[in-house]
Design a protein around this ligand. Sequence first.
Ligand code: FES
Length: 169
Amino acid sequence: MASSLINSHASSQYGENPVKKGEVRLNEMGSEVVEGYTCKPKDYDPNRAIMHYKTLLLLCDDERCGKAGKDNRAAHLREIIKDMGLNKGENRIKISRTGCYGACRFRQVCQVTENTQANGNEKNNAIWLKHTHQFSDDQWKDIFTKLSEDTVLTEELDSEVFIPMKVYE
Ligand code: FES
């Protein structure tokens, strides 16, 4: 029988920590995970819709950004999002880890994207945050609140947190 019930993404990192015998774990889609895997669902449905998100944060976890950040920073941020009740529903914030963007000088890089196909806020789409490994939990909570309330980040946060972008000839 079940000895624990936890969210796989809150406790795994790239295939580490597979489900052990007797453990019941749910993946990010709410499906029970097969023993020996970190996210493979027991009841596989190839047509199952993916879970809606309003905001997707793409957090670089490659060599240099990963070293700058805390161990499993993405999992830590997911826990904060869960505590805030923003891990599901209309205003869900999803966090995914990425490889190197070629912008390591700004580590730990985080790209904010908004689901403009649904209820995402266009004004918060394609915004890049820098040195996010230096953000406190309270700063992240403030950002998550602003994103969920559709507050425009560039109007509210210090310009120092944003990565500038330009066209090079
Ligand atoms: S390792 Fe993150 S941008 Fe290069």
